[in-house]
Design a protein. Structure first.
Length: 89
């Protein structure tokens, strides 16, 4: 069972603000989700499906890309033939 202290800690790790009024509700919802996963773990007769046996993704198809000039025309800033983005530190 997850406590309110656990939920507060998880919220801090995720950098999500949780008010004192929301904490009780989130704790209840978090525990309900965990209980549901416990229920799913107890289901018998489930078959393991692997990516090798069941691929829901489409096959990759190579297509021509846009010309560099067209892409740079839409860029807010460019430098030496590339899109210039703000420095992130």
């Amino acid at each position: 069972m997850v406590s309110e202290k656990d939920v507060q800690h998880i919220a801090e790790l995720a950098d999500v603000g949780v008010s004192a009024g929301e904490l009780e509700n989130f704790t209840h919802q978090f525990n309900a989700i965990i209980e549901y996963f416990d229920t799913l773990d107890r289901v018998e007769g489930k078959e393991e499906i692997t990516r090798d046996l069941y691929n829901v993704l489409r096959e990759d198809v190579a297509e021509p890309s846009l010309p560099q000039e067209d892409v740079l025309r839409n860029a807010p800033a460019q430098e030496d033939g590339f899109i210039k983005a703000p420095r992130v530190m």
